[in-house]
Every structure is written in C-alpha cells, then in structure tokens.
Design a protein around this ligand. Structure first.
Ligand code: AP5
Length: 220
C-alpha cells in the first residue's frame, strides 16, 4: 500500500498515519517530523529551515524534496505532509516515476477550521515516545512517561497562518488527484478508531467507482 494523506493542520494526518502504520505494517513518512528532527539535531539544513517552520510557512521545495526522497522506497508507506501544492505534487510524481512505483490512494481528511483550532491548541507530544496526544480528546496513557511538550508552531497566530496556506495552496490539490480517480474524502470528526476504520474502507474502495456522496471541494 502506498497512501497519501492530505488534510488541513490538525485534521489528524499524523494521528491516523501512526495508527494505520501500526495496523498495516506500512512505514509512516511525515515531512513535518523530518523537518522538526533536522531542526532538533541542529544541522546546517535544520538552521536553514527553522524560521520557516516556526512561523508556519512552507519550507522551500528543493529542501523538503531532498529530505523526503530517501524514504520513498518500493515498500508500503503512508506519506503525511507532502505534497503541499501542485509543484510538489508534480515533483513527487516525477520521483515515483523514476522509482517505478505508483500511488494506490489519496485520502483527504476533512474538518471545519474552528474544530481544527481546538485540536491544535490542545495537542501535546511525548518526548519519550514521539507519540501525539490531545489534553482533552486523547489524553496520554499512563505507560507513556513523557514529558509532554507543545509544538512551536501551535500558537493561535501560526495555526491561522498554516490554515490560510492550506486553503490557498494545498486544498486545490484535490482536483489534481480526483482527476485520476485516486481521491477519497473522509470526515475526521469522530473517535480516532472510527476515523481509522473509515480510512481503511476508503483505501479499499474501487478507484473506478465514485464513493456515494463523494464531493470534491475547492476553487474552480
Ligand atoms: P506538519 O507537521 O505536517 O504540520 P501540519 O500539516 O500543519 O499538520 P499537523 O501535524 O499540525 O496536523 P495533523 O493533521 O498531523 O494532526 P494531528 O494528527 O497531530 O508540518 C509542519 C511544518 O513543517 C510546516 O508548517 C512547514 O513549515 C514544514 N513542512 C512540512 N511538510 C512540508 C512540505 N511538504 N513542504 C514545505 N514545508 C513543509 O492531530 C492534531 C490534534 O488532534 C492532536 O492533538 C490529536 O490528538 C487530536 N486528534 C486527532 N484526531 C482526532 C480525533 N479523531 N478526535 C479527537 N482528537 C483528535
């Protein structure tokens, strides 16, 4: 299975990718995690991309594509966080073509902006396990020792900026993938396990057959 997860910040891409990776054995590739790891390690690249990440802006294409390229192997994976715009989508197509592999499905996680903001402002991540939780909706279990920290870009101002970028640049990608019959939308306003089950059902859905009630939102 090679799966793309698209969706606005806070829609649950990371949460669902972690869950689906554990269920299916596919590798979870999260471009945001790659970016934060590079910054945390204090590398030259990390220093170059830190300001973009901290203010909620996209990292330049050549840097993000260089970061993700080694992870796009021929095995099963779930890609979370790329592409963010049409230029990245075309570059990803090119990389996959060179490798001789195709995408099986593109899932868009759908949720209204006001609910996304509530999710992001309550998100915490465990330093020990790197797992993501929510202080109210998905509290850390007792066996995760923590400590639990918030992300630098989860401030109200940065969240608004990330949502603006998503709606302007990433959301239109739905048309790009819908045209190939790869796209399915999944509503993420429900318990995490219910959403995971809905994604797996959408992954199995026949690409030639439109999902009942399937709609593609976006400009144009
Ligand atoms: P990235 O880390 O990808 O951030 P993002 O796209 O803004 O998405 P998030 O990680 O914030 O949200 P998510 O959808 O994964 O939500 P989560 O599962 O955590 O990117 C960060 C930065 O890196 C970018 O701003 C940019 O600078 C750079 N970058 C990354 N990729 C790039 C690219 N391709 N090009 C250029 N730059 C790039 O869930 C959120 C919260 O909700 C959690 O607390 C969770 O517990 C809770 N939750 C999840 N699901 C549910 C549910 N069903 N019910 C209740 N609570 C839930």
């Amino acid at each position: 299975m090679r799966l793309l997860l698209l969706g606005p910040p806070g829609s649950g891409k990371g949460t669902q990718a972690q869950r689906l990776a554990a269920m299916t054995g596919a590798r979870h590739i999260a471009t945001g995690d790659l970016v934060r790891a590079e910054i945390g390690a204090g590398t030259e690249l990390g220093r170059r991309i830190k300001d973009y990440n901290d203010r909620g802006d996209l990292v330049p294409d050549e840097l993000i594509l260089g970061l993700v390229r080694p992870y796009l192997t021929k095995g099963s994976w779930i890609l979370d966080g790329l592409p963010r715009d049409e230029a990245q989508a075309r570059a990803l197509d090119e990389m996959l073509k060179e490798m001789g592999v195709g995408l099986d499905r593109v899932i868009v996680l759908v949720m209204p902006d006001d609910a996304l903001i509530m999710r992001l402002l309550g998100r915490v991540q465990s330093v020990a396990t790197a797992k993501t939780y929510h202080v109210t909706y998905d509290p850390p279990p007792q066996d995760d020792p923590g400590p639990f920290v918030r992300r630098a870009d989860d401030t109200p101002e940065d969240v608004r900026r990330r949502l603006e970028i998503y709606h302007a640049e990433t959301e239109p990608l739905q048309r790009y993938y819908a045209g190939r019959g790869l796209l399915r939308q999944v509503n993420t306003r429900g318990p995490i396990d219910t959403v995971a089950a809905a994604i797996l059902q959408a992954v199995d859905d026949d690409p030639a057959r439109p999902t009942p009630g399937h709609r593609v939102k976006g400009p144009g």
